[in-house]
Design a protein around this ligand. Structure first.
Ligand code: COA
Ligand code: AMP
Length: 631
């Protein structure tokens, strides 16, 4: 039996024994009463009764054990021409002072703090300062519009917001403060205070009654110690796209999270303490939470905060330059970043300018890794390229080639096998098992391992209804796919309206709500056809109200702007077309899957339930002038 198989089996046969063993690697103020608390099943809690502090485990412990001079964090920002290293001691001291400043203004255990920041070290410090205090952070990605921030403010009800004057997108300076002000104006809930980091690229105007200058308050603050927290206390809330405009507040606990992430650094990523781990993502996404902020520090590695892009900052050699400059051992990013590099530098000419020999492995996630991109990355880098599958909800990989256990043979198109802790099943509509190789809905038998969401923020019912009721006893991943005879998983598509654009998870339902709010729109649909760079790209199809007498192009321009204003640039909503009618079933259900096949140029069967097959021809004629299908 292979090592992966053996560890997977052990983790599933006796999860409590397995995870109690792994939990020994974490510092606890008080040991748990129960490893797995099933008393409220199907809601499960890990390590109940245990007390710890995640920030203590990520920073203080390393300093106390003599590793204070090791580098904890490297900031590399080609957009500001800055490189800066923080030792564990320095990062601990800065985080303790920031936490002190927050505590002096009334932030304590269980209070929510929203973090709306660009990719700068202070964003990680902000997360760790919350963890230190027991405040629950909720990071909102900078590419969301003020309205999305307002929705999150009203759901999380933060006591404080931490932000910065601006972000930098390539050569553009994005003012964050006006977006923050607009969001607070729109939201019903108002935070007591905001700390705003003034960056030298742009000074933000401050509201004297509400805003504090970050640097001044931190300079004046006394450091604050780590607060012992219950293992089951929330560490953070991370909002992710659901099926409506109301995002889901995924909750992460302290105990299970620390245990699972620390275990993953060795067993999945094969890292050693002291080595440099680079997750080229953003702190606003789950990858950024787990593998920029927490896991590398929990394990005593050096993490890298990169404020730049794979291309254009300044060229497609940017990633190779960072790897060489900082001796990166493992890189983790989304396939779309590699597609972007390949598009600009297909022969990887830029790679030869740098010494990247220290790089041991590339991990890809966030979207399906197409075999073409996989093979280009393998040939270009000559190291293991590992596709692994996970979700905001799980917080760490569900399926992966766990390099720290053993290197399994790679099968292109598959993130390989279930990670220890996850009992992954492929189910048919009735909840029965399907045969190897047959498509089905991908579910995980409960309980989920430590680190996965215990619930949605203040909404156990929505958690149960969205994830636990379709197949009682199982967690519904929302992905469809199959498992082959060797237990390799293939993740093929979503079963809901989530689309994946440049590795970013977006809801077409939320975009439809925005389009439908335009006064000229009678009905609409948003689909996610294939995009050669971003994987999928949203496409809006709109039917105008009778009597609207305006040029289609004008309406389309307004719709694109509306999505940008309401959801944000991250939606990457750039294409919409006015059509006469939408294809529907006789009972009035819009045939989105058929429209997507048509926009992709795929063969499709005319659904037998379609109301009027003629519409499909009409639709094809409308899509052709705007460049669909894309190749
Ligand atoms: N703040 C403000 N705006 C942001 C932003 C941020 N933090 N992040 C992205 N945006 C903006 C972009 O500038 C872009 O705006 P534009 O329409 O005015 O050009 C828009 O949101 C869409 O962003 P994106 O889809 O990322 O497109 P891009 O052209 O800027 O970059 C890639 C494309 C492929 C280079 C980039 O998406 C990438 O590097 N992705 C891989 C890494 C990653 O993000 N992974 C996430 C999960 S692992
Ligand atoms: P997010 O919550 O943003 O991490 O997005 C999670 C979703 O992205 C998953 O449910 C999948 O649909 C998709 N996804 C993530 N990683 C992979 C992968 N390696 N292969 C296929 N799909 C993936």
């Amino acid at each position: 039996m292979s090592s992966h198989e053996e560890v997977l089996r052990r983790s599933l046969e006796n999860p409590e024994e397995f995870w109690a063993e792994q939990a020994e690697a974490v510092h606890w103020y008080r040991k748990w009463d129960k490893v797995l608390d099933s008393s409220e099943a199907p809601l499960y809690r890990w390590f109940s009764g245990g007390q710890l502090n995640t920030c203590y485990n990520a920073l203080d412990i390393h300093v106390e054990q003599g590793r204070g001079e090791n580098t904890a964090l490297i900031y590399d920002s080609p957009v500001t021409d800055t490189q800066r290293r923080y030792s564990y001691s320095e990062l601990r001291d800065r985080v303790a002072k920031l936490a002190g400043a927050m505590q002096e203004r009334g932030v304590g255990v269980g209070d929510r703090v929203i973090i709306y920041m660009p990719m700068i070290p202070e964003a990680v410090m902000a997360m760790l300062a919350c963890a230190r205090l027991g405040a629950i952070h909720s990071v909102v990605f900078g590419g969301f519009a003020a309205n999305e921030l307002a929705v999150r403010i009203d759901d999380a009800k933060p006591k404080m917001i931490l932000s910065a004057s601006c972000g930098i997108e390539g050569s553009r300076i994005i003012a964050y403060k006006p977006l923050l002000d607009a969001a607070i104006d729109t939201a019903t809930h108002k935070p007591d205070r905001c700390f705003v980091l003034q960056r030298e690229q742009l000074a933000a105007s401050m509201d004297e009654a509400r805003d504090d200058d970050w640097q001044s308050v931190v300079d004046a603050a006394s450091p604050c110690d780590c607060v012992p927290l219950e293992a089951t206390d929330p560490l953070y809330i991370l909002y992710t796209s659901g099926t409506t405009g109301q995002p889901k507040g995924v909750v992460r606990d302290n105990g299970g999270h620390a245990v699972a992430l620390k275990w993953s650094m060795k067993n999945i990523y094969n890292m050693q303490p002291g080595e440099v781990f680079w997750a080229a993502s953003d702190v606003g996404w789950v990858v950024g939470h787990s593998y920029i902020a927490y896991a590398p520090l929990l394990y005593g590695c050096t993490t890298l905060v990169y404020e730049g892009k794979p291309v254009g900052t300044p060229d497609p050699g940017a990633f190779w330059r960072v790897i060489a400059d900082h001796d990166v051992r493992t890189l983790f990013t989304a396939p779309t970043a590699f597609r972007a590099i390949r598009k600009e530098d297909p022969e990887a000419v830029h790679l030869s300018r740098y010494d990247t020999s220290g790089l041991r492995a590339l991990f890809l996630a966030g979207e399906r890794c197409d075999p073409d991109t996989l093979s280009w990355a393998q040939q270009t880098l000559g190291i293991p390229v590992i596709d692994h599958w996970w979700q905001t909800e799980t917080g760490w990989a569900i399926a992966a080639n766990c390099l720290g256990l053993e290197e399994l043979p790679v099968k292109p198109g598959s993130p390989s096998r279930a990670v220890p802790g996850y009992d992954v099943r492929i189910l048919d509509e009735a909840g029965g098992p399907v045969a190897a190789g047959d498509m089905g809905s991908i579910a995980i038998k409960l309980p989920l391992p430590p680190g996965c969401l215990p619930t949605l923020w203040q909404n156990d019912e929505r958690y149960k209804q969205a994830y636990l009721t379709t197949y009682p006893g199982y967690y519904l991943t929302g992905d469809a796919g199959f498992m082959d005879e060797d237990g390799y998983l293939y993740i093929m598509s979503r079963t809901d309206d989530v689309i994946n654009v440049a590795g970013h998870r977006l809801s077409t339902g939320a975009m439809e709500e925005v389009l439908a709010s335009h006064p000229d729109v009678a009905e609409c649909a948003v689909i996610g056809p294939h995009c050669p760079l971003k994987g999928q790209a949203p496409l809006g199809l709109v039917v105008l109200k009778a009597g609207v007498d305006r040029a289609d192009a004008d309406v389309v321009r307004e719709l694109i702007q509306l999505v940008r204003d309401k959801i944000g640039p991250v939606a990457a909503f750039k294409d919409a077309v006015v059509v006469e009618r939408l294809p529907k079933t006789r009972s009035g259900k819009v045939l989105r899957a058929t429209m997507k096949q048509l926009a992709n140029g795929e063969d499709y069967k005319v659904p037998p339930t379609i109301d009027d097959p003629e519409i499909l021809g009409e639709l094809a004629r409308s899509l052709d002038p705007i460049g669909y299908p894309r190749h």
